[in-house]
Design a binder for this molecule. Structure first.
Ligand SMILES: Cc1cc2nc3c(=O)[nH]c(=O)nc-3n(C[C@H](O)[C@H](O)[C@H](O)COP(=O)(O)O)c2cc1C
Length: 211
């Protein structure tokens, strides 16, 4: 029987040991990526790229830049959600042209929207833009984690890594990208003890402030 979203989120945990013999079918990986693509972002700009790594050698070379965390390599697929570092007027124009073509709008009908975005984004420093892009990347991360859990694909997010080193290994700088957050996907090892740990969460009463 299909799990509800909350059942799937209770089932998932940060996997310590993936079974590297088990590879996720490509259609399932695509469904997870599509969930990330469907997540909303500020203005709808999606200022990130999903770098999908299945090559074990590449993944192994990243472990030393992630404090030796083995789930970075020992998984089926590693997704690096990379923030764009080239969020400028032409990036925004590309987006508004896509709105016009997707919705069959006349050319120039999104000019006002474009001007608002250019003004807002233009008022931020390049560092602030990257911080903002990384915030958007985390929304995609959440969507992909939820989707993977619904599809019974184990998942582990990782922020403990050196973005500069990752950018170097993966050649992201040249592509106007910088590593934002990692998502390791695969299937838990039966012997992974962490799956038996009770989930630690605040109570709803504690986490909610009602007004
Ligand atoms: C954005 C993010 C970054 C994380 N980074 C790391 C990490 O670098 N190393 C690690 O061992 N766990 C990392 N975690 C896992 C969390 O510690 C874990 O998800 C949390 O303790 C809740 O446990 P659960 O996922 O098993 O429910 C990260 C989780 C998230 C969502």
């Amino acid at each position: 029987m299909t799990k509800t979203l909350n059942e799937a989120l209770s089932w998932r945990y940060a996997v310590n040991q993936f079974d590297t013999e088990k590879i996720i079918p490509e259609a399932t990986v695509t469904a997870i990526l599509e969930a990330g693509n469907l997540m909303p972002t500020a203005y709808g700009l999606q200022p990130f790229t999903f770098v999908v790594i299945s090559d074990p050698t590449i993944k192994e070379s990243l472990v030393e830049h992630a404090y030796g965390q083995t789930p970075v390599a020992q998984n089926s697929h590693l997704i690096v959600i990379a923030a764009r570092t080239d969020i400028d007027e032409s990036f925004i124009a590309e987006f508004t042209a896509r709105i016009e073509s997707t919705r069959g709008l006349s050319s120039g009908s999104t000019d006002e929207y474009k001007a608002i975005m250019v003004r807002d984004i233009g008022s931020r420093t390049s560092e602030e833009r990257i911080v903002w892009a990384k915030r958007q990347a985390f929304l995609a991360l959440g969507g992909m984690m939820a989707a993977a859990s619904m599809l019974e694909v184990d998942n582990h997010a990782l922020e403990g890594f050196n973005p500069t080193a990752f950018d170097g290994v993966l050649g992201l700088k040249e592509k106007n990208l910088t590593a934002g957050v990692l998502l390791a996907l695969g299937y838990r090892k039966e012997t992974d003890e962490s799956q038996h740990y009770a989930k630690v969460r605040r109570s709803l009463d504690d986490i909610i402030l009602r007004m």
